[in-house]
Write a protein that binds this ligand. Structure first.
Ligand SMILES: [Zn+2]
Length: 654
């Protein structure tokens, strides 16, 4: 079933294909009512235009594809016929009436409820951001105001959030945990009543819709939306501007991870969707370049700038699928990442696609630790755009990385640096660049050009370019290395790592030694979710507690990346033969102490930052109790432990 014949013809009538084609590339006049362009179809790329378009038809002499407006949309957007009609209707501003869709059991129709539900959720999140009675929402507004483009900082924060689909999710505590589910249930009840579904069937239908849309899941027998708590909510749109999912960014001092995304659903495929593509694609044809960044705020910053062509993957590293999709719009990619290790790694991933998709890549790295959103706290949009305009060509950027990384004091070191950098030039597909870069390397290292060129000419291309493999640098033979050396972990990372290891140990106890814990009265009284250092770890603990085994626990938490990683580690964990009540109790005491320590550090940092020392003046007792615990073998049954538990509870409820 699908659109009625009348509707299809009405949309066709209202569509001018020469205009539509302009969305996918530059068009040139080719006679009356006719334009030509470089073929925009995914399987054909060309440098001189042989793709001709008229009001109703297109015809490509290069790949001999041709057809009407619907065929065109189906091919360039990789969608089915019904979807192509829908998109062109939307483009022409035609809203379908109830009689325009014939039959109702089509897959697209089934997905419709999901789009409706996500759109409702987006509206609810948006409405929560301006809630002046909620002090956390105020924090979210301040955060946005600090990082938002000038326009929003000065006055129109609300307007900017409305236009970009930004909202706020209430904290899970304080009885608000099911606020979203409740509001959505009310709205969906009204919606389903109008569609003529029997009233008795509506509750089941709502439950089904919320689960399928990734908006709620079943937890201990109830439908709950515990997924997002106290986060700035970015609505993720598909390329037809429909809301399909959310990405929640933590507030300063909030629980990790920094970004948390909706679970994958029928309408939200994480490895295909790019945040911001719905906005960027309208400008890419004109700009003939696209900016790839890391986060939602980055995309929005560019959207407000004079270069509104930025996109970002949502919650995953960029995938080949996404690169392929972007390469259909333009071959000119600008990577705009944080210049830390993660950002450099992300940039290096593109090596594998450079040749395959004929990409011209440039890298615009922002100062260490700053993503474009943070960058805007100190700079203007024009300065951000200027950074992108001065982006370094990918090959030069990679050579610079190697020269920075390698020591170049002794002759041997310089030879090694030369070998590594020459090799990546040799591996580059575009021969035209080779000589200039050999010269460049010579200049940087003080080597004679003719010597380097001789060496270069004897080099072979690296067999099977495994450029993203984290192999050990082999400094003696000068094997090409593209990967950036790992920096030493900062003390903070080390601390987090320690408390995570500890937490995993305790989770493994809950999994393998439940009986011991219960007999020793450690469970359920002496171990609580709040002892765990991150929210995913707490959640896994709660899920384990509510289940009989690992599979059951895993089913309670679906499609949350961090949690999945934890479950994976738990699967690998082995029961400890030597465990007894005493050693288990010690581990739990240690976990509590470490959690308190982190909280204290946080308080001290906050106090330092805000120059308000008041909150840390009364912490003497907490420090004492923590020291006693530490010196006393982490006794979880001690009065100090009770005191710390109470303190932590109060602190977290604040
Ligand atoms: Zn073609």
């Amino acid at each position: 079933m699908g659109w009625s014949r009348e509707f299809i013809e009405k949309v066709r009538e209202a569509t001018d294909l020469t205009d539509v084609a302009g969305d996918y590339g530059d068009t040139k006049n080719a006679g009356p009512g006719k334009v030509k362009m470089n073929c925009p179809l995914p399987n054909h790329s060309e440098k001189t235009p042989s793709h001709y378009v008229q009001k109703e038809f297109f015809n490509c002499f290069g790949c001999s594809e041709g057809g009407d407006c619907y065929k065109f949309i189906q091919t360039v957007e990789n969608c089915d016929f019904n979807e192509s009609v829908k998109r062109l209707a939307g483009r022409a501003g035609i809203t379908p009436g109830p009689d325009d869709w014939v039959g109702g059991s089509d897959a697209e129709d089934k997905r419709k409820d999901l789009f409706v539900a996500v759109e409702m959720a987006s509206a609810i999140y948006k409405a929560r951001l301006p809630d002046i009675e909620n002090k956390e929402a105020q924090q979210a507004r301040n955060f946005l105001r600090d990082r938002a483009p000038q326009r929003a900082r000065e006055q129109a924060l609300g307007e900017m959030c409305e236009q970009n689909g930004i909202g706020y999710s209430y904290p899970r505590a304080r009885g608000l945990s099911n606020a979203l589910t409740k509001e959505l249930t009310t709205k969906l009840t009204e919606y389903f009543k109008k569609t003529g579904i029997k009233e008795t069937e509506i509750p089941k239908k709502i439950e089904n819709t919320l689960k399928r849309a990734g908006l709620a899941s079943e937890y201990e027998g109830n439908l709950t939306d515990f997924f997002f708590s106290e986060r700035i909510m970015f609505t993720i749109f598909d390329s037809s501007d429909r809301p399909i999912a959310f990405s929640g960014r933590q507030l300063p001092g909030g629980r990790d991870p920094k970004y948390r995304n909706s679970p994958e659903t029928e309408i939200y495929k994480k490895n295909e969707i790019l945040y911001g593509l719905n906005w960027a694609k309208k400008h890419v044809a004109k700009e003939d370049r696209i900016i790839i960044c890391e986060g939602q705020l980055d995309v929005i910053a560019f959207r407000e700038s004079s270069l509104p062509v930025a996109v970002a993957p949502c919650g995953t590293s960029i995938t080949e699928n996404q690169v392929k999709k972007l390469a259909r719009y333009t071959n000119n990619f600008i990577l705009c990442f944080d210049s830390d290790n993660a950002g450099q790694k992300a940039a290096n991933r593109f090596i594998q696609w450079e040749e395959k998709y004929n990409l011209q890549i440039k890298v615009a790295l922002l100062p260490d630790g700053a993503d474009p959103g943070d960058y805007l706290a100190q700079n203007t949009l024009d300065e951000l755009v200027a950074t992108v305009e001065e982006a370094t060509p990918f090959l030069r950027w990679r050579i610079n990385r190697i020269l920075e990384e390698e020591k170049t004091e002794t002759i041997e070191e310089r030879v090694n640096a030369a070998n590594r950098s020459l090799q990546i030039v040799r591996d580059h597909p575009e021969e035209m660049y080779w000589d200039d870069y050999v010269r460049y390397i010579g200049e940087c290292l003080g080597h004679e050009y003719s010597e380097l060129r001789k060496k270069f000419d004897k080099m072979d291309k690296t067999p099977e370019r495994k450029t993203y493999q984290p192999t050990q640098p082999d400094t003696n033979s000068g094997t090409p290395q593209v990967l950036v050396k790992q920096k030493k972990p900062k003390p903070a990372d080390k601390e987090t790592k320690q408390s995570t290891t500890l937490a995993l140990n305790v989770l493994s106890l809950v999994l393998h030694n439940r009986q011991t814990l219960e007999q020793g009265e450690l469970l359920p009284n002496k171990l609580e979710a709040m002892f765990f250092p991150t929210s995913p770890l707490s959640k896994v603990f709660e899920a384990l507690l509510a289940s009989q085994n690992l599979n059951e626990a895993e089913n309670l938490i679906k499609d949350a990346e961090e949690e999945e990683r934890i479950f994976l580690k738990l699967r690998e964990s082995k029961p400890d033969n030597l465990i007894n009540v005493e050693s288990a109790s010690k581990k739990i005491g240690e976990l509590l102490t470490s959690r308190v320590k982190n909280e204290l550090n946080q308080l001290h940092n906050d106090a330092k930052e805000s120059n308000n020392l008041e909150p840390i003046r009364k912490l003497g007792e907490v420090h004492n109790a923590q020291n006693v615990m530490q010196n006393d073998g982490y006794n979880i049954f001690s009065p100090e432990a009770d005191f710390l538990i109470e303190w932590l509870r109060e602190r977290l409820e604040k």
